[in-house]
Write a protein that binds this ligand. Structure first.
Ligand code: ZN
Ligand code: ZN
Ligand code: ZN
Length: 253
């Protein structure tokens, strides 16, 4: 199943300086004018570096990416499609603690991706999204299938400790995300767990771009878990809380 025309093919061996891949979410909170990035539906965010600690060679969000993946016996190379529904389902499972497995359709050999209700409820009979056949994976009990579970789990999590207190009226715009675990991460760097904040002095000048352990915004203490759950429940729109009114005239669509 193709998700994007000519999707970007990620070959980690071309980026010995490190690769990072995330499920791209819109900000959980935006103060000030919304732009396309704030409203964009999910994509796949990719960082690559040719040389460790040097400038990133890729720092972009793609509609979907393709990852050649050698089978465990090294006999053949399989293809894993990292698409927004797969990445979102994977992230949702990480946050809720749902165990994931990965099975293939016995008829068309497609990796099976459970979506919606099926992504949160282990089940025995699966409906293939590629060929439409129903199948019961041999020798397996109830499970939730997501091909991204074939990837090595990423590690190196460190809780961010810095604190920031800010008032949105001191900035042109503030954007806030909960940090999310990387889907692929082979760098020797820590993955900071916390709340990621961008603050802009004007339309183009970003003066804060940092992950914090605790954030007080306009007198409200933010909580990473609540921020991520708000995005996982309603991930297509940024959650502009009532206290943060965006000006509809500034929206570009
Ligand atoms: Zn299924
Ligand atoms: Zn099938
Ligand atoms: Zn940032």
């Amino acid at each position: 199943m193709q998700y994007a025309n000519r999707p970007f093919i990620l070959k980690p061996e071309d980026s010995p300086g490190g690769v990072g891949v995330w499920c791209a979410l819109p900000p959980a909170i935006v103060t000030g004018p919304l732009n396309a990035r704030n409203r964009r539906v999910l994509g796949i965010h990719v960082h690559t570096r040719r040389i460790n600690d040097e400038k990133k060679t890729i720092d972009s969000t793609f509609p979907a990416i393709v990852l050649p993946h050698p089978d465990p016996l090294g006999m053949s190379v399989d293809i894993i499609h990292i698409t927004p529904p797969a990445a979102y389902g994977w992230l949702d499972a990480q946050e809720r603690g749902t165990p994931l497995d990965s099975v293939k359709c016995p008829k068309c050999n497609a990796h099976h991706l459970d979506l919606g209700h099926f992504s949160q409820n282990p089940h025995q009979m699966h409906l293939c999204g590629s060929c439409g056949s129903m199948f019961r994976p041999k020798g397996k009990g109830k499970l939730v299938s997501n091909p991204l579970s074939l990837l090595q789990p990423t590690s190196g999590f460190i809780d961010a400790t810095e604190r920031i207190e800010l008032r949105s009226d001191a900035f042109y715009k503030v954007e806030v995300w909960p940090s999310t675990p990387a889907i692929i991460w082979d760098l020797d760097r820590p993955q900071f767990v916390g709340i990621h904040v961008h603050a802009y002095k004007n339309r183009t000048e970003r003066v804060i771009d940092e992950t914090y352990g605790s954030v007080l915004l306009d007198g409200v203490e933010l909580d990473r878990k609540s921020l991520i759950m708000s995005l996982l429940h309603d991930y297509k729109e940024p959650k502009a809380a009532n206290m943060f009114q965006a000006n509809p005239k500034d929206q570009i669509f």
